[in-house]
Ligand binder design. Structure first.
Ligand code: ATP
Ligand code: MG
Length: 332
């Protein structure tokens, strides 16, 4: 059976980008067709300036929202990265296989490092090694497919390279994974700046729709989305990024196609109105289930405990094999 692994960082409140680009597919498709693991990658949240209490809160909230989005612990494994030591054990071995130059050229590293410097802070070494830990997250489970948004495709490529290199140097140990991207909304853009990805660790929430935003807040954000001075509704991501983003979001929420939807609308106003309602409808069941789950924290804790146990059992043999293959003696 195909093995699927993917993760999400507790760096902020989850966004519509996270949902349309990743989570929705995990719940609707991946968990039913593959042996799949979904992980709140909390160690990755420590790679930038963070408040410990907030990370704890967001880890719980992110796990709860994963379940609210439809992940069923009866058919998939949901857990916290820091509960399974194999991730960091393997990460070190992969650091011994990765070259510093190949991680320095990762786009996310460049962008997030620039942001940290702009804020006057220093860049944590873990921000540089982040994609190596992410490779360990993936490779520890013999993962075939990693369903992610477009922004993570480069990191999955690195995981592929590291797996292939390790196998070549030290003997076959890892499955070489590949990323899978959604057909629409692989990169949901910020509503206030459609040249930038919608991200959960943005400073200002005006251009970001959060999964837990009230319907009226969603409507306001979508209606105020920056478009351009044109009037015609056309799907052109390069020239009309704002309108294209709305069409992508509408298409992803209604199951349509952004190009054909462009023909249906003759004004930005009606496009925005329908997009806002479509988003509200997509979020409604997730929010309702989230409210129920918040009333039952013991259930969520149980899911995470069982998930970590299953994940540990799956990861340990592969990571142990890697330890032996690279030249380390088994403990006596
Ligand atoms: P951060 O700003 O802290 O990096 P993020 O919103 O990028 O947060 P991640 O936890 O890094 O979220 O990524 C979780 C998943 O969501 C990944 O699969 C990523 O590709 C996907 N994703 C994130 N943002 C978007 C987006 N704007 N459009 C589509 N997919 C997205
Ligand atoms: Mg990200």
């Amino acid at each position: 059976m195909t093995r699927v692994f993917s993760g999400i960082q507790p760096t902020g409140h989850l966004t519509l980008g996270n949902y349309l680009g990743a989570m929705r597919r995990w719940a609707e498709v991946d968990q039913h067709r593959a042996d799949s693991l979904f992980c709140v990658v909390d160690l990755h949240a420590l790679t930038v300036d963070h408040d410990p209490a907030r990370v704890r809160r967001l880890s719980r909230q992110t796990a709860t929202l994963l379940l609210a989005s439809g992940l069923d612990p009866e058919v998939c494994t949901v857990f916290l990265q820091s509960h399974v030591d194999e991730h960091t054990r393997l990460s070190y071995l992969l650091e011994c296989v990765a070259a510093d130059g190949e991680v320095r050229r990762m786009i996310q590293y460049k962008e997030k490092a620039a942001k940290e410097r702009q804020r006057g802070g220093s860049v944590r070494l873990s921000l540089l090694t982040y994609p190596v830990l992410m490779a360990a997250d993936i490779l520890a489970y013999g993962t075939d497919e990693v369903p992610v948004g477009e922004d993570q495709a480069q990191h999955v490529e690195l995981a592929r390279d590291l797996a292939a290199r390790f196998n070549q140097r030290y003997g076959h140990t890892f499955v070489v994974p590949r990323s899978t991207l959604p057909q629409v909304a692989a990169r949901v853009m910020n509503l206030q700046d459609p040249t930038r990805k919608m991200g959960k660790s943005e400073d200002s929430g005006a251009g970001v729709v959060y999964l837990l935003d009230e319907p009226d807040v969603v409507r306001k954000k979508v209606l105020r989305a920056v478009t351009d001075s044109g009037r015609e509704v056309v799907y052109d991501r390069a020239e009309r990024p704002g309108v294209a983003n709305l069409l992508d979001i509408l298409a992803a929420c209604t199951g349509g196609n952004p190009e054909s939807l462009a023909d249906v609308y003759d004004s930005y106003g009606s496009l925005k109105k329908d997009t806002a309602e479509a988003v509200v409808e997509v979020l409604r069941p997730v929010q309702a289930r989230h409210r129920e789950l918040c009333a039952d924290p013991v259930y969520v804790e149980g899911v995470l405990r069982d998930g970590a146990e299953k994940a540990r059992a799956l990861a340990r043999p592969t990571v142990d094999t890697a330890y032996r293959a690279i030249g380390l003696l088994p403990p006596v």
